[in-house]
Design a protein around this ligand. Structure first.
Ligand SMILES: Nc1ncnc2c1ncn2[C@@H]1O[C@H](COP(=O)(O)OP(=O)(O)OP(=O)(O)O)[C@@H](O)[C@H]1O
Length: 531
């Protein structure tokens, strides 16, 4: 089974595989192989998984590709490289581990990813994505991982609303309340409708039960079986399950004396009549109810139509606020678009010219074999493909350039910010230094003042010392003058005695001693006062 599965891939798929290098899920068992795919002996071995990255496709023996290759045109064997090839024995769990886990991990870290399946009908796309309840596919497994990851961190509020095709809007509390009220009203109306439906169903069932009873009852009247009784009181015929119309005796054959007792028949008819009346009654009631509910539904529908209209109007007004574009901007954008369209047209024309040239080349060699035409077609395709690739390459280069420029601009911005920061710090330091210098200047001025004062004081001190010296000298000079007149011994004694007689002994000296510092003090005082 596994080997059979490797056998066939349509050639259209080959073309796609050639240009797309992607995860390939190969060989999932599928009914395709037994129903659609050819499974002849020569087509066995068309698809071979060489290794975990390579698949080899060999053209079937009778295919045109094989015949062409035998003529030297094209190849019968193609090798395709994929990032990973999963073999037929791969389980859902292994496939999830090998293909999806990294994508999911990246998604959890904020990186978007795209996973899609591609293949012919019945190839197993739904099986791979969805799986079965017992053997889950990659989608439920991925959701499981994501929800396990965000467990306990769910956003519990109900205030996000889908907006446009792929956006959401966060609602204010008031808006959320309005939405909730609208939802409750719609659900209530739905409930009412479903209740009505239930009631209708019940009534219909009731009616059906009636009909069933109506059909079954005559058979169940075991205690009162319907029968025809003859004039002698003996039954002439029994009604039973096997009784048919042909079993009834012809009325013309009934004699006048043999009066048929039709009591039972009339009873049955009465029953049927009552049932019929009830049936009609129920039908009428149903009709009435139907009409009234239809009216109610109509009015409800009108009401919701109005509400929805209002809501849509409000949404539109909000959107106008969000998406209002001034006419000038719109016109400018339109011009840009037209410009681009013109360029695209030019490019298309160039492409047409190129392909026209190639076609012209093709028509010139119309006598060459069809196979050669095919080759030219291939050549043209490959030229176009190369041109396309070249354009794509250029686009990629430009994108790279834009990216690098953006990166540089970002770097420059960062450097500018750093420089600004540095400059700010320097300016702060500078102002601090200025402040310090100002303080030092003030200190210097006060020190200079002090120095001047000290000099003045020194001068004062020196002048005082000079004065002191002078006064000392004067004093000593006066003292020496007073001691000079030396008369005779007798005369001195006289004068001494005279002094002692006029002043108590020692007082004069004391006075003198006291006077001397006093006089000195007097000499100094004016200086102190000056200070
Ligand atoms: N690996 C598998 N193991 C068992 N059964 C498989 C496997 N792959 C596919 N099948 C079965 O093959 C059938 C077709 O598969 P599926 O519906 O997944 O194909 P598909 O590619 O989605 O088809 P379509 O394109 O028509 O929707 C299903 O019955 C599915 O159960």
């Amino acid at each position: 089974m596994a080997d059979e599965r490797k056998n066939y891939v349509s050639m259209e798929v080959c073309d796609v595989l050639e240009s797309v290098s992607f995860l390939s899920v190969d060989g999932k068992p599928s009914p395709l192989e037994s129903t659609v795919l050819p499974n002849t002996e020569e087509q066995q071995g068309c698809v071979t998984i060489e290794d975990a990255q390579t698949v080899i496709l060999s053209a079937p023996k009778e295919s045109s590709a094989m015949k062409n290759s035998e003529r030297g045109i094209g190849h019968a064997v193609h090798s395709f490289t994929f990032s990973q090839v999963f073999g037929p024995e791969t389980t859902q769990s292994e496939f999830f581990e090998g293909s999806m886990k990294d994508v999911i991990k990246a998604y959890i870290n904020g990186v978007n990813g795209l996973v899609f399946t591609y293949g012919v009908t019945n190839a197993g796309k739904t099986f791979t994505i969805q799986g079965t309840p017992k053997d889950l596919g990659i989608l439920p497994r991925s959701l499981d991982v994501i929800f396990k990851h965000i467990r306990g961190r769910h956003y519990l509020k109900m205030n996000f609303k889908p907006y446009l095709s792929n956006d959401v809007k966060k609602l204010e509390d008031e808006q959320a309340k309005q939405e909730q009220a609208l939802k409750t009203a719609i659900l209530a109306s739905l409930k009412e409708v479903s209740d009505q439906m239930l009631l209708k169903t019940a009534l219909v069932n009731h009616l059906w039960i009636f009909q069933v009873i109506q059909t079954i009852l005559p058979k169940n009247f075991g205690y009162f079986p319907p029968k025809m009784v003859g004039g002698d009181g003996k039954p002439i015929m029994h009604f039973g399950a096997n009784t048919s119309v042909g079993d009834f005796a012809d009325s013309t054959e009934t004699s006048a004396e043999e009066e048929v007792d039709i009591t039972i028949l009339s009873h049955e008819l009465e029953c049927r009549h009552i049932m019929y009346n009830q049936h009609v009654l129920f039908s009428n009631r149903l009709e009435d109810m139907k009409d009234s509910y239809e009216e109610k539904l109509e009015s409800k529908f009108e009401m919701y139509k109005e509400a929805i209209k209002k809501h849509a109007y409000m949404c539109a007004m909000e959107q106008i606020e969000d998406h209002y574009v001034p006419i000038e901007e719109f016109l400018a954008e339109q011009e840009k678009v037209e410009d681009r369209e013109r360029k695209i047209l030019q490019l298309e024309r160039q492409l047409d010219e190129q392909s026209g040239r190639l076609l012209a080349l093709g028509s010139l060699s119309s006598d060459i074999l069809t196979t050669e035409n095919n080759m030219e077609q291939d050549l043209m395709d490959s030229t176009l493909k190369r041109a396309n690739e070249g354009l794509q390459k250029q686009c990629k280069e430009k994108e790279e350039l834009i990216k690098s420029l953006k990166f540089k601009i970002q770097k420059l911005n960062e450097t500018l910010l750093e420089a600004n920061e540095g400059y700010r710090k320097m300016a702060e330091e500078n102002s601090q230094l200025k402040h310090t210098i100002m303080l030092k200047d003030q200190e210097m001025i006060s020190l200079q003042n002090w120095a001047k004062r000290v000099l003045e004081l020194e001068e004062t001190v020196s002048s005082l010392q000079k004065e002191l010296e002078e006064q000392k000298n004067n004093f000593f000079a006066e003292e020496s003058k007073q001691q000079k007149p030396r008369r005779g011994l007798l005369a001195n004694l006289k004068s001494t005695v005279a002094c002692t007689a006029s002043t108590p002994l020692g007082k004069g000296w004391g006075k003198y001693e006291e006077a001397s510092p006093y006089s000195r003090k007097q000499g100094l005082l004016p200086h102190k006062a000056k200070e």
